[in-house]
Design a protein around this ligand. Structure first.
Ligand code: ATP
Ligand code: PYR
Ligand code: K
Ligand code: MG
Length: 592
């Protein structure tokens, strides 16, 4: 028997509940992938068995306001209620990512995903429903790349992600990635791509070409380009996707012969090589943050993005400068600054750059254009380890599933690459073209998700913990106490095989110290503000909850237990270790 039901809910209702009458048992469903306000569900087979089967994907609206909207009659009588969060509801209840909650219930604590996932948003994924599909698929952070698209477009994406969070109970964070002022091509007069064939002669010039763009011409953004290149130099587009040889210089124009054919993409990165090494003439003096980047940063601050990722960082100074700028511009805001490691200079000054930042990204796309490709894997491993030691979240980015831009399944090599990043215990993996302009963004995300979960599980089962020495990071005595508490709590959690670590943290610092230990069990991080909660979404193993709590741990724990129990996220008897910012102690207890 198949039954279908349509009903209307008050606006902004993220959940609805099926009540089985006259008993009090009920099942709640998230309103995901349903057109807003008008919800449609189809119940197949017998209603009662379906309600039971569905209980694994039950979600809850917390202290939602309830309004009966429809009644479905069958063998069992079922009343349908919809929920809209009440104004005060949020403060009294507990907020957690709808998808994480479903994962928790479906797989239990132990197998929730620890590795976080970032999707670059582009034309393939900027629609509200496309963004929602990514959020449902596990996107923790949405990245917008200021190299592409207009400010209005980015604003629209930010607004949609916000709406998604508000209406559907997600906590997707937003990362803005700056353009940087490295050398790149112009935008190809609006063309999506152009083909360069073997042996063709192309002109690269600082001149701006009108529209239509004359054939085989490319505008270059760097004024010193024609002066700095020499006849015989090799010109690499996107780190070698297409190659040219410089054959002649005529004023501002540089004539080049294509030696490795391929597709030229708008604003593609350009590097030139002489005698087997990268040429860094005056372009090494280009500012890391260009005047356009500063305007984009102002935009990001005004929009309240959660992370700003800085391209082509060369030194720690630029990070410090930006952090003080953000602090002065946005009092009370906590925008985190992520250093993108994608140049030779950034590798030279790696430790001090990471130390100055709130996190780092292994930007393998451009990095692979600046150092020989075979050096990228060791650089990745080094950056990932250093970040963990310095307690900074780290993202592994670019070409993880490149073939999925065009094909629905990844190559075996790509799966091995993703596995390796998960095995290195990077905090987050990032999709670029796969989600921005690929044909299978949801499938690519699903691959990241399933490979992450599988490798994490394998790692735990095999107990293959690398005994990483974690140097002290605390700079004050109080910090050192927190650090020791977290190290000990994580170790105890592994030895006692507890079900979860709980951390009550106002700033998120204690949560990151626990995450750094990469414990076997998930870390429930309770925090007071939504912005801290979103930022914690980037860090390995953290399940961030927004919860109002006090300095009294006893009452915090009781409150948390009852809220989580009511939602079926923990049960009596589960073993939990709790730590907090407020009380310097480690509590081990069974859920009452
Ligand atoms: N907002 C956007 N609008 C149009 N196309 C986009 C947008 N964002 C990304 N893309 C497309 O997706 C591709 C991959 O995205 P990605 O963010 O990796 O950019 P990129 O140009 O390689 O630069 P970066 O080195 O900063 O990552 C881009 O080359 C571009 O074709
Ligand atoms: C992500 C990025 O900027 C790169 O890989 O180059
Ligand atoms: K960028
Ligand atoms: Mg880059």
């Amino acid at each position: 028997m198949s039954r279908s039901l349509q009903f209307f809910t008050p606006s902004r209702a993220p959940y609805f509940t099926l009540h089985k009458l006259p008993s009090t048992s009920y099942t709640r469903f998230p309103v995901i992938n349903f057109p807003s306000k008008k919800h449609h569900i189809t119940i197949t087979k017998s209603l009662s068995s379906d309600l039971d089967a569905a209980s694994s994907q039950v979600l809850d609206s917390g202290n939602g306001q309830t309004g009966v909207s429809g009644v479905l009659s069958a063998d069992n009588v079922v009343a349908v209620q919809s929920h809209a969060p009440s104004e005060s509801g949020a403060a009294a209840g507990i907020e957690v990512d709808a998808v994480t909650e479903a994962e928790l219930k479906e797989n239990g604590f132990r197998s929730t995903r620890r590795t976080k996932l970032i999707c670059t948003i582009g034309p393939a994924t900027c629609g509200f429903e496309q963004l929602e599909a990514l959020a449902v698929g596990g996107m923790n952070v949405a990245r917008i790349n200021m190299c592409h698209g207009t400010r209005e477009w980015h604003q629209m994406v930010i607004e949609r992600v916000r709406r998604l969070n508000e209406e559907k109970g997600f906590a997707v964070a937003i990362m803005m990635d700056t353009e940087g002022s490295e050398i790149h091509m112009g935008d190809l007069g609006g063309a999506a791509s152009v083909k360069a064939e073997d042996g063709e002669i192309w002109t690269f010039s600082v001149r701006a070409f009108g529209t239509p763009r004359p054939e085989r011409t490319i505008n270059v953004n760097y004024d010193g380009f024609a002066e700095d290149v020499k006849v015989g130099d090799e010109l690499l587009v996107d780190g070698g996707m297409v190659r040219f040889e410089v054959i002649e210089k005529i004023g501002p124009d540089v004539k080049c012969r294509c030696t490795d054919p391929g597709l030229l993409l708008p604003r593609a990165n350009l590097t030139f090589w002489r005698d087997g090494s990268l040429v860094r003439e005056r372009n090494a003096m280009l500012p890391t943050i260009s005047s356009k980047d500063w305007l984009d940063i102002d935009f990001g601050i005004a929009e309240g993005v959660d992370f700003i990722a800085i391209s082509f960082v060369k030194s720690a100074e630029v990070i410090k400068h930006l952090k003080s700028y953000i602090a002065a511009r946005s009092r009370g805001s906590d925008i985190a600054v992520i250093a993108k490691i994608e140049s030779i200079d950034s590798l030279k000054n790696l430790e001090e750059i990471i130390q100055a930042s709130d996190g780092a990204m292994v930007a393998r796309g451009d990095l692979g254009a600046q150092i020989p490709l075979e050096q990228v894997p060791s650089a990745q491993q080094k950056i990932v380890q250093l970040c963990r030691q310095l307690n900074k979240p780290v993202i592994v980015a670019s070409q993880l599933l490149e073939s999925m831009i065009e094909y629905p399944t990844p190559t075996r090599a790509e799966v091995a690459d993703v596995s390796e990043a998960v095995r290195q215990r990077a905090d987050a993996l990032m999709l670029s073209g796969e989600s921005a302009m690929g044909q299978y963004p949801d499938k690519a995300l699903a691959v990241l998700r399933s490979v992450s979960v599988r490798i994490e599980k394998w790692w735990r089962e095999e107990k293959r913990h690398e005994a990483m020495v974690l140097p002290d990071v605390g700079t004050s005595f109080a910090d050192s106490i927190s650090e020791e508490i977290c190290n000990s709590a994580a170790k105890m959690a592994n030895n006692l095989e507890v079900d979860a670590l709980f951390v009550y943290t106002k700033t998120g610092h204690m949560a990151s110290l626990l995450s750094r230990c990469r414990p076997d069990c998930p870390i429930f991080a309770f925090t007071i503000t939504t912005s801290v909660r979103r930022r914690l979404n980037l860090q390995w193993g953290l399940i961030p909850f927004r919860l109002g709590f006090s300095d009294d741990m006893e009452s915090n724990l009781n409150k948390t237990f009852s809220l989580l129990k009511a939602r079926g996220m923990i049960k009596s008897g589960d073993l939990v270790i709790a730590v907090s910012d407020m009380l310097q102690s480690i509590q081990v207890m069974n859920v009452p």
